[in-house]
Write a protein that binds this ligand. Structure first.
Ligand code: SF4
Length: 432
């Protein structure tokens, strides 16, 4: 068996190479790429999509591998093959490594193998990771950059949240998109000027983002709220979930999607739980992570306060609520894939956001998320009889019609419940 070659992203390449980043959340990734530019990296967030990407994934990654790996690697290879503007001698590819026990930690090796197979073995791969094992000499994540990336994610989450609350209700078509564009360019402008924002700058920016969306005139109509949870890639990526958000909008729903910040907070919180539950990592690391977590969670609470003080938009829940939501359903030691976060997000949507209708997205064959998603649904429904959850599998062979039919069935139940509640309310008014 031939050994996979390993082209390394060196310090010198930082000045000469453009790093291609597979997309997942278009708004967030634009902001994160702005932060990277301030730290000296030239990046390009990919936007190629469609059948070609899926075919490249199937051709170059074993079909037993997780669907997100097929899409991410397929998108990178497709860009190399079809984007004629790229100088292949000055290109590097970026892939994340979570460092957990799940298969996502191996995506880097799968990508290298695919590059080798396609004759691109000289293209270096940058591993975006906090792990010591697979770091690239030309890429580092200093503390200030991590914090600045966190602010980028915070702005992205806020724009996504307000977009979801405006788009289904906008009275003037296109007004929400205009607000999104304005909010992104304001955020990009600020992030491109500083290596690290002060909290005053960040909070002032968030007020400006809120003001962009306050200009959108909204109808008072009551739409059915549908939460989207699941494996991180298929939850967020329109390529991974067959444009789920567009489909829900076309069905007249309001989408509620937990933010990316929560995934980051979940990953950091696990260092504390690891020590508490298994004695892993040592007391000092747990103490440091406790301080870091306290700081980052406080930022989220401050963002929530800003939303409440400056608008009538519905803020997300503090991360402390998310942690507590898992209790009684799943242990905090379950951390493969999205682990306890997936269960907690469903409970939080039902109990905190009053969003009983949920689509739980899973890549086909993703064992951990089938356990933390499908596996806990019965308990969630027993404890919250109003819950109306549907689990949908995504992979290259799944038919979009089947997926949509399952979601339509869930929506039919949601509409029946909405009608029942309206009738009960009317009856009450008549009696009063
Ligand atoms: S969580 Fe699922 S999709 Fe992600 S790496 Fe693990 S098995 Fe694959």
């Amino acid at each position: 068996m031939s050994e996979t070659k390993k082209a390394v992203f060196t310090k010198e390449m930082k000045d000469t190479h453009t790093i291609l980043i597979p997309t997942m959340l278009p708004i967030h990734f634009r902001l994160l790429s702005t932060v990277m530019a301030v730290y000296g990296y030239k990046t390009k967030v990919l936007s190629n999509s469609g059948k070609r990407v899926i075919e490249q994934g199937l051709k170059n990654v074993h079909n037993d591998t997780c669907y997100p790996a097929q899409l991410v690697i397929g998108q990178l290879i497709d860009a190399l093959e079809t984007d004629k503007s790229l100088d292949l001698d000055k290109i590097a590819l970026m892939i994340t490594q979570t460092g957990g026990g799940c298969r996502a930690s191996n995506y880097l090796y799968l990508l290298r193998k695919a590059l080798d197979k396609c004759g691109y073995e000289n293209i270096p791969v940058v591993s975006a990771t906090f792990m010591k094992t697979e770091q690239s000499p030309g890429f580092s994540l200093p503390l200030t950059m991590i914090l600045q990336l966190y602010y980028g994610i915070m702005f992205g989450d806020l724009i996504m949240l307000l977009n979801n609350q405006c788009l289904p209700y906008e009275l003037e078509k296109g007004a929400t998109q205009k607000a999104v564009d304005e909010a992104i360019s304001l955020s990009e402008e600020l992030l491109s000027k500083h290596k690290l924002l002060t909290w005053n700058m960040a909070s002032d920016m968030m007020k400006q983002i809120i003001n962009c969306f306050k200009k959108v005139e909204r109808s008072k109509e009551k739409k059915i709220k549908v939460g989207i949870v699941g494996e991180i890639y298929v939850k967020y990526s329109p390529l991974g979930n067959n444009n789920l958000e567009d489909f829900l909008l076309s069905e007249g729903c309001e989408v509620v999607c937990p933010g990316l910040m929560d995934f980051m907070l979940y990953s950091f919180a696990n260092s504390e739980f690891d020590y508490e539950l298994y004695g892993m990592g040592g007391a000092l690391k747990a103490k440091v992570m406790h301080e870091v977590n306290g700081f980052l969670r406080k930022k989220k609470r401050q963002m929530i306060e800003l939303i409440k003080e400056n608008s009538n938009f519905e803020p997300p829940a503090p991360f402390e609520v998310t942690i507590a939501s898992a209790e009684g359903y799943i242990g905090h030691g379950v951390k493969m894939g999205e682990g306890w976060l997936l269960t907690a997000e469903m409970v939080e949507l039902i109990q905190h956001s009053h969003c009983n209708n949920i689509v739980c997205t899973q890549p086909f064959g993703c064992l951990p998320n089938h356990i933390c998603g499908k596996g806990v649904m019965r308990t969630i429904k027993e404890k919250n009889p109003q819950a109306n959850i549907v689990a949908v599998d995504y992979d290259s062979g799944s038919s979009a019609v089947n997926q949509q039919n399952r979601i339509k069935l869930m929506l039919a139940n949601a509409r029946m419940e909405q009608k029942r509640q309206q009738e009960a309310q009317e009856k009450e008014t008549v009696l009063a």
